[in-house]
Design a protein around this ligand. Structure first.
Ligand code: KIV
Length: 279
């Protein structure tokens, strides 16, 4: 039985902190599931850390559906949240319903995430009324990178801090089951966390949120082009993989791989026949 959005809400009520992570493929989903992570996000960060784009903006719904199906196949316990890409939910609530519905129906996710606060409250309300659980996302919202003037921390001045608090409350009132707080000051996320009855899930938002989420490629040291300040590398898979590939290349070039151990053999009889035909 998978974790439900009700289980996630209950964690706040019982004061149980939890870790969430992104995943984009079967292997990572299986590892996250086996590590006991209750919420896996198929984030549109896949555009940057898997597909090689500079921002998340080019990611399409088809990309998210494709990777969500893989993550669902690789896991059996975690709640799977599909990230709604840029322009799949902003045009109208009807458009959002159609696309979020596809994430559940075709992707196999149990919930969706979308970026934005008060401006998205009506859409969140319509999605949740239709039975589609929604995770909110405020602060640094990467799909608005051009509006924000870059990947910059948010909520550092009083006016913006007040706006983010109002956004969080509006999302909760609209029915969101949890809210991601990205790159905002720790003191602000502490205030927001204290005011909400649903879990806050921080990323670059300090230690006071109810939960933490990280991009798995940062956590495992897999994507080393850029490591955000808020990330901690618990492994260095990129260096380990580079070493392994260099060793593989050298062994093939030197004839040290493959050996008999990695080969299959003909039976004596077949070999004899074959050699006889050649003579
Ligand atoms: O797409 C993503 O990975 C995200 C997380 C940073 C929360 O939105």
């Amino acid at each position: 039985m998978r974790t439900t959005t009700a289980d996630i809400r209950r964690k706040k009520a019982s004061g149980e902190r939890f870790a969430a992570i992104t995943a984009y493929d079967v292997v990572t989903a299986r590892l996250a599931d086996e590590a006991g992570i209750p919420l896996i996000l198929v984030g549109d960060s896949l555009g940057m850390v898997v597909l090689g784009y500079d921002t998340t903006i080019p990611v399409r719904l088809e990309d998210i559906l494709h990777h969500t199906r893989a993550v669902v196949r690789g896991s059996s316990k975690a709640l799977i949240v599909a990230d709604l890409p840029f322009m799949t939910y902003q045009k109208s609530a009807e458009h959002a319903l159609e696309n979020a519905g596809r994430c559940l129906q075709e992707g196999g996710a149990q919930a969706v995430k979308l970026e934005g606060g008060r401006a998205m409250a009506d859409t969140v309300s319509q999605l949740t009324s239709a039975g589609i659980p929604v995770m909110g996302h405020i602060g640094l919202t990467p799909q608005s990178v051009h509006q924000l003037g870059g990947f910059k921390a948010q909520g550092k001045d009083l006016a913006r801090a007040r706006e983010l608090l109002a956004d969080a409350i509006a999302l909760q009132e609209a029915g969101a089951f949890a809210i991601v707080l990205e790159c905002i000051p720790a003191e602000l996320s502490k205030q927001i966390t204290a005011r909400l009855g649903i879990p806050t899930i921080g990323i670059g938002a300090g230690p006071h949120c109810d939960a933490e989420i990280q991009v798995v490629s940062d956590t495992l040291g897999w994507f080393s082009d850029f490591v955000p300040k808020h990330a901690k590398q618990y492994a260095n898979l990129s260096d380990a993989a580079a070493d392994a590939l260099r060793t593989y290349v050298r062994e093939v070039e030197e004839g040290a791989f493959p050996t008999e151990r990695e080969s299959i053999s003909l039976s004596e009889d077949v070999l004899r026949e074959l050699e006889g035909e050649g003579s």
